[in-house]
Structures are given as structure tokens and as C-alpha cells.
Design a protein around this ligand. Structure first.
Ligand SMILES: [Cu+2]
Length: 151
């Protein structure tokens, strides 16, 4: 315990110095899009299918959101966001706008479900909430990734 207590402050001090020395000037941040904040305890989750389920294509995925509201992209309302689904890809960079491609779909109209045509075999699905600029919130609201098998 003693050894741990003395090591942690030293490590913290070093990293603070490193941050101070290498942090970019504040002006650099101003080019970034303003980031929305999510309320404490907000959660996004896949209502169905369930993790581990075997299903037939097309697959209807139902999105759940707790502790905040759904608003279309472009709408500036506090404590809201819109859904994105990540299909067969890792969690995207949570500090950048969510990509738009075959693996990342946006529901900028405020939709809360999607029906996907998926090939037979295993697939992973994950939800990421984005703000009005399609950027994850500062304290990103991201679901657990689930794995399903399509017959
Ligand atoms: Cu989006």
C-alpha cells in the first residue's frame, strides 16, 4: 500500500508536466465543433435483438435511450442526440464526427429503429449517440456492442 501511494502521485506529476509542456495552444481548440454534453447517467442500448441471438435477415434493430431525448441532427436542444449504428466495425473515434459508410449509419431524422439486410453469419452491432453535429457527446454515450448470428 505504501509503495503504491508514493508511486501514483509521482506518475501524476510527471504526466501533468508532460501535458503542460506539450498541450497545443488554446486557439487550436476553437476550430473544433462545439461539443454537446450528455447528462450524468445517460445510457444508450439495443433493445432488440438480444446479445447472442440468432435471427433471420432482414433484422430490425430497436434503439433504447435512457436519461436523455432523441432530436434530429441539426437541432440544438440540451440533453438530446441522435442514434448511429456501428455494424461490424470497432467503436469509432469518439472525438470526431461519426463516419458515414457501410459500417456507420446515421439516424439524423430521430429514428429509433432500423431494419438491416445482413448476410448469414456473425455480426456485431453497437449504438453511439451523436450531437447535432454528428459528434459523440463530451462524455460519450455508447452502447455495449452485441454479437448476433444471422441464419
Ligand atoms: Cu449523425
Amino acid at each position: 500500500m505504501r509503495a503504491l501511494r508514493s508511486t501514483i502521485p509521482v506518475a501524476a506529476t510527471i504526466s501533468l508536466f508532460a501535458l503542460g509542456a506539450w498541450a497545443p495552444p488554446a486557439a487550436a481548440d476553437q476550430h473544433e465543433l462545439p461539443r454537446a454534453e450528455a447528462p450524468e447517467g445517460a445510457e444508450v442500448y439495443i433493445i432488440s435483438p438480444k446479445d447472442g441471438a440468432t435471427v433471420e435477415s432482414p433484422v430490425t434493430v430497436v434503439f433504447g435511450l435512457r436519461g436523455m431525448g432523441v432530436a434530429p441532427a441539426g437541432v440544438d436542444l440540451p440533453n438530446t442526440g441522435h442514434h448511429h449504428i456501428v455494424i461490424d466495425a470497432p467503436t469509432p473515434d469518439l472525438d470526431k464526427p461519426i463516419p458515414t459508410d457501410d459500417h456507420h449509419k446515421h439516424f439524423g431524422g430521430g429514428q429509433t429503429e432500423v431494419t438491416l439486410e445482413l448476410s448469414p453469419g456473425q455480426h456485431t452491432l453497437q449504438l453511439v449517440l451523436g450531437d447535432r453535429n454528428h459528434v459523440p457527446h463530451k462524455n460519450a454515450v455508447v452502447s455495449q456492442a452485441i454479437t448476433i448470428t444471422v441464419k
